[in-house]
Design a protein around this ligand. Structure first.
Ligand code: HPA
Length: 246
């Protein structure tokens, strides 16, 4: 079954007919909330709100390990995450949707692996391609089916948050090759890989990153709110097309 992890602003799927919710216990503690099961135009799907259903868990406090473990334990075979980001690359202005293909990780102090010594031999998972190409391809196809234009590829830089970045930090990320910046792709993508769960992200650009475009002097929060609302509606259509395509 497909599992969707919803990010900021996406705490539910509009046309999901909820069948049940399950509070899952994991060896890693509590997930962000109960896993919601339902059908979308007749297809089964499960859903989890990354920041909790009341949007109270900041990016650095999300229990990523419990979230992915819970989804896998409940039968997820692949995971698509929706994440809001700031755009660094010129083409990635507010209102753009992107399906990134690479990650840079600037986070710290997050529980980012299931291998913690003990009796389990350490496995160094391959992470050359952090997103699963087949899931990316299906997301791209779903976007086409939904009539939505998406940017194919891009480097997602993951910062610690919850504060936004300084202009100099964004300059550095750009020199490092980042195209967009968000706070949640890591360790989520790496943990999915450790659990052998195919994983891809639909990134929703809600603002120019600090020092860019209309964020030249400050990030206008009114824009973020408006963009979240408008662009997430399009993201939802893509997710629905993905679910319907099976
Ligand atoms: N930076 C980091 N994370 C974000 C941003 C940003 O500008 N916008 C949305 N998530």
């Amino acid at each position: 079954m497909l599992a969707i992890i919803g990010g900021s602003g996406l705490t539910q799927l509009a046309n999901l007919e909820v069948t049940h919710r399950r509070a899952v216990r994991t060896p890693y503690g509590e997930p962000s909330g109960a896993v919601t099961f339902g059908t979308l135009r007749g297809r089964e799907v499960m859903f989890l709100a990354r920041h909790g259903y009341g949007h109270t868990i900041p990016p650095h406090e999300v229990n990523y390990r419990a979230n992915l473990w819970a989804l896998k334990a409940e039968g997820a075979e692949e995971v698509v995450s929706v994440a809001s980001v700031g755009g660094i690359r010129g083409e990635l202005g507010p209102g753009t949707l992107a399906i990134p293909d690479q990650i840079l990780d600037y986070t710290w102090g997050r529980r980012s692996t299931y291998f913690e010594g003990g009796d389990v031999p350490v496995k160094h998972v391959d992470f050359t391609e952090p997103f699963t190409e087949s899931v990316r391809a299906r997301l791209l196809a779903a976007a086409r089916a939904a009539g939505e234009v998406v940017f194919d590829g891009g480097v997602y830089a993951t910062t610690q948050g919850p504060r936004l970045e300084t202009r100099a930090e964004i300059d550095r990320l750009e020199r490092d090759g980042a195209d967009m910046v968000g706070m949640t792709a890591m360790p989520e993508a790496a943990l999915a890989r450790e659990l052998e769960l195919p994983y891809a992200t639909l990134a929703v650009v809600v603002n120019h990153a600090a020092g860019r475009g209309d964020s030249a002097r400050a990030i206008p929060f009114a824009t973020i709110e408006r963009m979240l609302h408008e662009t997430l509606a399009r993201a939802r259509r893509i997710i629905e097309a993905l679910v319907v395509a099976g």
